[in-house]
Design a protein around this ligand. Structure first.
Ligand SMILES: [Zn+2]
Ligand SMILES: [Zn+2]
Ligand SMILES: [Zn+2]
Length: 140
């Protein structure tokens, strides 16, 4: 089903605003609502932040976008077509690396088998210090 079909199937209308917000999420890859707003306003200057938030809720509700928490600020939004990935967030440079979830498979399988827990690994981030920052002596 295409994205318009998904909206219709759940009783939502396809509006230009919803189309613009979805396009922005798809283009930006890791975008906060504020970043999405900036992109959407290029074509539709009167859209405001609360509209973007409401629209993202609708799009997430029908399964067209997902979000992840990469830090203390607002979540970042992803297209559902993005491959599931793990976010590595560096606390020194604030860099975000996206890596395949396959690296976590033994951990996820253990949680499944021992706890009966199905982990939504894309929702959270792994925090630490990236390779480049580790190679720089402390004090920066
Ligand atoms: Zn991501
Ligand atoms: Zn969340
Ligand atoms: Zn770093």
């Amino acid at each position: 089903m295409d994205w318009e079909g998904r909206l219709h199937a759940q009783g939502y209308r396809v509006t230009p605003q919803r189309a613009l917000v979805l396009a922005a999420v798809n283009e930006l890859a890791h975008a906060t609502p504020e970043e999405i707003l900036v992109r959407v306003q290029r074509q539709s200057p009167r859209v405001n932040l609360s509209t973007v938030y409401r629209t993202l809720e609708v799009l997430e509700g029908v399964g067209l976008v997902t979000h992840a928490h990469l830090g203390h600020g607002p979540p970042t939004y992803h297209s559902v077509d993005d491959n599931m990935h793990i976010h590595l967030v560096c606390r020194r440079c604030d860099g975000v690396e996206s890596i395949s979830e396959s690296i976590a498979r033994p951990f996820l399988e253990a949680l499944d088998q021992q706890q009966g827990f199905a982990t939504d690994i894309g929702h959270m981030a792994v925090h630490g210090v990236c390779r480049a920052c580790r190679e720089v002596p402390d004090g920066r």
